[in-house]
Unconditional design. Structure first.
Length: 384
């Protein structure tokens, strides 16, 4: 049962990270905001995740998995219900903070249980990749469901259904029997993790990676709408919105497939840094393609390639750090994920600001040097 709950947690995390990207094309006109202010909402969410990743990591090692998982599902559901009914920018901001709490609770519970319960705890990178297939499932289903519901019912009802969906796992989260989060937890030892090179380098790698993934999750749909609208300026706006939202689902499908494939590689924990370095170079090429594409038919292909290339990066990095730092991993995971959220605070907002004076297509160029930097840092991680 603990394994099922862990998978449901990362599924819920996928919902959290695709939520704004899925509803953005409807939320921006509903609130009468531009891309810059929408990017600010993403930054609020990511900053909350950054702070709470550290807090919830330590909390998990202290009080165990069950309360963290249950609170994660409840907070996320409450946030979505509030988001469905909010009509002003000021009322959306608290939703960002609540979503950050829910996301980090689900993230920490799910991603720290998975390396322990899958593959007998013997191949943490493969376990993390397999478990995070369900992150991709949440990332895939959210925009797909939303794009369907937006054409069938009101905004309020469509978004509220997501809140109902995330409530379902609360029952198994209460009933599950969990492994111990940490043996003999001592707060000073958790703080000392900050001085460990493997933890700090893991945080830097995830900072760079999250800059890329978070940008895709939140800007791929508006980017696709920009391209599709340019290609067919007289097309029905509802149809263009639905088609653009499906691009995030394509991205998520490819991410699921990539993580499933990576989970079947026995030596992925040992050679994971080389794999990530290689796919980052390929990701830079794919992103360059997104910035120059002119035909709308090319967008789904590039979205699929981006998801496939980015797929192994996060779970493999987590697995590498776990293999070298299994003690108090809740706290270690909180630190490296806080690094990830710092990237999510800065870069998506920067893309939104750049797009105000140009286009989203041109603004995505910011991600290319980040891919190249990550390729270098992850090779350093592999030597520690």
């Amino acid at each position: 049962m603990a394994a099922i709950v862990a998978l449901l947690c990362v599924f819920g995390l996928g919902m959290c990270f695709s939520l704004f990207g899925s509803i953005g094309v409807k939320l921006m006109p509903r609130l009468a905001i531009d891309r810059g202010r929408f990017g600010t909402l993403i930054s609020y969410f990511m900053f909350t995740c950054l702070v709470l990743s550290l807090v919830i990591g330590v909390l998990t090692d202290t009080i165990g998995y069950k309360p963290v998982a249950v609170l994660g599902f409840l907070a996320t559901s409450l946030c979505i219900f509030l988001l469905a009914r909010s009509r002003t920018y000021a009322s959306i901001v608290p939703c960002c903070f609540l979503l950050g709490f829910g996301a980090m609770a689900l993230n920490t519970a799910g991603n720290t249980i998975i390396p322990v319960v899958l593959f007998g705890g013997k191949n943490p990178a493969a376990a993390s990749n397999l478990g995070n297939v369900f992150f991709g499932l949440g990332l895939f289903l959210t925009p797909l469901l939303v794009s369907f519901l937006f054409r069938k019912t009101t905004y309020e009802r469509a978004v509220s259904l997501l809140g109902v969906l995330i409530l379902i796992p609360v029952a198994p989260a209460f009933l599950a029997v969990y492994p111990k989060a940490a043996a003999g937890f001592i707060f000073s030892e958790a703080v000392s993790l900050l001085a460990k090179p493997i933890v700090l380098m893991g945080a830097i790698v995830l900072l760079l990676y999250s800059s890329i993934e978070t940008s895709f999750c939140n800007w791929l749909t508006p980017y696709a709408k920009e391209i599709f609208s340019r290609a067919r300026p007289n097309a029905d706006e509802g149809g263009v919105d639905a088609k653009a939202q499906r691009m995030l689902s394509f991205f998520a499908i490819a991410m699921m497939a990539g993580r499933l494939i990576t989970s079947q590689v026995p030596a992925i924990t040992r050679y994971g840094s080389l794999v990530i370095g290689g796919v980052m170079l390929l990701s830079a090429a794919v992103i360059f393609g997104l910035t120059v594409v002119k035909k709308s038919v090319q967008v789904p292909i590039l979205a699929l390639l981006a998801g496939l290339m980015l797929a192994p990066c996060f779970p493999t990095t987590v697995g590498i750090v776990y293999a070298r730092q299994p003690a108090h991993f809740g706290s270690a995971f909180g630190i490296i994920f806080a690094g990830a959220m710092l990237g999510g605070v800065v870069v998506p907002k920067a893309i939104g600001n750049l797009a105000k004076g140009a286009t989203l297509q041109k603004s995505l160029r910011l991600l290319i040097p980040i891919c190249l930097l990550m390729a270098g840092f992850v090779l350093v991680l592999g030597t520690l």
